[in-house]
Design a protein around this ligand. Structure first.
Ligand SMILES: *Cc1c(COP(=O)(O)O)cnc(C)c1O
Length: 391
């Protein structure tokens, strides 16, 4: 039979509790998702500010569709770069304080574009071990030497940088680690970049819109200004509630990416509807201090509510709050037990996280309220008392 080996590989995934199943969501993205005819309280989306189903953004999108139609018809470098895309890139540069910004269709594509455009054979890329899959793939695509340092371990990174004789060096890091929620020490990374003549690429997928004054992101959170050595990547499908991503940095580097980032050049520009909607989303982010305040008070409420339990919760001050359970099976059982109570918290397993560190990944949103958090706390405590978490 054709592809017998594929069947076998799929069965193996199933046997190892690694098979991923999709749910069909029959409602807009809010904290109440309709799944299989049931309403579930969800702690699963990256819609940190609750903007994904914003009526203001939906109205902006509808107007933009009437004004611009829905397709761009081409790549940015041919005829796909329309006024809404240009306005968005300008708005992104203004908002972040960067000299210039370039809009990509997704964060995954932005990362796949940046790294190979800047590094190749003879160069070296230094990556935090817990970096997102898109950064890992970007390094492989670049053919540069792939050097990984222990998570957030600056001494380890410093020694690796010191040893390296590569022509060009790039340091790559998530700012907020996507499965752990902790924040990279960007000032220390920048210092190392300076000391070793390296570039620093910051992936702020989970910080943009959430951290820093007005949600400007993780660089602003640390008061780290733009510098010709820094490339900042933010995604627009998470806190911004829409989709897409951008890279911001020095003028000449952005020009180089426009010329040489293949995921910018060789792909159809995103719909002008999305670009126009994102301009409005940036306004909502800028004016969204009340949303961030609510989010951070909910984060505190959750951590305080679970602080006297034996649940293993790594120190995270962000909207990503993992509960480490270890085995894939325990994580799936816990997720299923919560689902039985109408609460959706995804189980995250390898290869998304290292082997033996399967977990529940709780994502909070400004769309939640205090009662939602209390319901989750009570459910987790009940599971713990029932002995579900002990291996
Ligand atoms: C989600 C994510 C991406 C990918 O962004 P998309 O726009 O969803 O493709 C990249 N990096 C990190 C750290 C992410 O969490």
């Amino acid at each position: 039979m054709i592809a017998d080996d594929i069947d076998q590989a799929l069965q193996e995934l199933e046997g190892n509790k690694l098979l991923r199943k999709r749910r069909v969501i029959a409602s807009p993205c809010t904290v109440q998702a309709e799944v299989d005819g049931r309403s579930m309280l969800t702690f699963a989306s990256n819609d940190y500010l609750g903007l994904a189903a914003s009526p203001i953004l939906a109205e902006t999108a509808a107007e933009a569709a009437r004004r611009w139609g829905v397709g761009s018809g081409g790549s940015h470098v041919v005829t796909g770069h329309m006024q809404p895309h240009e306005a968005l890139e300008q708005a992104l540069a203004d908002f972040t304080g960067a000299p210039r910004a370039l809009y990509f269709s997704t964060g995954y594509m932005a990362n796949l574009g940046i790294v190979p455009a800047l590094a190749g054979r003879g160069d070296a890329v230094f990556s935090d071990r817990l970096n997102h899959a898109s950064l890992i793939d970007a390094v492989l695509l670049s053919r540069a030497e792939n050097i990984r340092y222990r998570h957030n371990d600056m001494a380890h990174l410093a020694s690796l940088l010191k040893e390296s004789k590569a022509k060009r060096k790039l340091i790559l890091t998530d700012s907020v680690f996507s499965m752990d929620g902790d924040i990279a020490s960007l000032p220390a990374l920048f210092e190392l970049a300076q000391a070793h003549d390296a570039w620093l690429v910051i992936d702020d997928a989970h910080g943009f819109g959430v951290l820093g004054p007005h949600g400007q992101g993780s660089m602003a959170h640390f008061g780290l200004p733009f510098h010709p050595r820094i490339l900042y990547m933010g995604t627009l499908g998470k806190a911004a509630g829409v989709s897409g991503a951008f890279v911001a940095g020095a003028d000449n580097v952005m020009e180089w990416l426009l010329q040489r980032a293949r995921t910018y050049t060789f792909t159809t520009a995103t719909s002008p509807v999305i670009a126009a909607t994102l301009v409005k989303s940036l306004e909502l982010i800028r004016e969204g201090n009340h949303l961030r305040e609510r989010l951070f008070s909910l984060i505190e409420r959750l951590r305080a509510g679970l602080s006297h339990t034996r649940l293993e919760m790594p120190p995270s001050s962000t909207a990503i709050q993992p509960v480490i359970l270890g085995s894939n099976e325990t994580a799936l059982l816990a997720s299923k037990a919560l689902a039985d109570q109408g609460i959706l918290v995804p189980a995250i397993r390898p290869p998304t996280v290292p082997k033996g560190s399967a977990r529940l990944r709780i994502s909070l949103s400004a769309g939640h309220n205090a009662e939602d958090i209390d319901r989750l706390i009570a459910a987790l405590k009940a599971l713990q008392e029932a002995g579900l978490f002990y291996r």
